[in-house]
Design a protein around this ligand. Sequence first.
Ligand code: CTP
Length: 222
Amino acid sequence: MKKSQIKIVVTSGPTREFMDPIRFISNPSTGRMGYYIARASVNQGYKVSYIVGPVPAAFSKIQGAKNISIVSTEDMLNSVLNELESESVLIMAAAPADYHPEKKSDIKIKKTEMPYIHLVPNPDILKTVKKHIEKNNIKDVTLIGFAAETHEPEKYAMKKLKEKELDMIFMNDLSKPDSGFQVDTNHLTVFRNDGSYTRWKKDTKERLGYKIIEEIETWLEL
Ligand code: CTP
């Protein structure tokens, strides 16, 4: 693969699953890690699509990238499928909601109506992409995941690497201070699908954005 032909698709932030017009299920992701990965990709000269959920304005747009704002996990999946092409790298830094309420009320649910929220699973974006690229014969797509874990992080990161058939997964140890949601730093370990891994020192998400792109370039021998 030639560096100049590669497109990098980065997802970032949370998704929202509404149960009525004003209430939703989500998580505290702010999109910082994905933002810095996408910005580093633009600065390194790549064509970049930045698919982002509802995040603070500072992390919602990147100059020089194609910025796509989405709300739900289904929206994120559709945008990812639209953006992927041969010779692309998908970096799933987003924290998509895994479930959505089975029914969404068109009007506000009153507090007198004690709601019973039945949740149904959302599609797994990485697994759906894998099937899509095989079915449509889209060549040379590199799949990169993230794993945010509070316990047994190595075990779960390696399980996700295998089950989602990824090239690489970046594990984020949420049990460590200064790591994960709503902070400027991360403790990352990268696991590759050749069985090797590297534990990185704590670093700012801004610097990690560049390190992640370098790591992918080494993997792809660019
Ligand atoms: N991911 C995805 N589709 C989803 C949920 C997550 O593609 N519906 C991606 C994330 O963007 C991340 C990776 O899968 O790159 C792992 O996400 P994570 O939330 O850690 O794991 P889950 O597969 O959701 O499993 P669990 O919540 O049980 O840890």
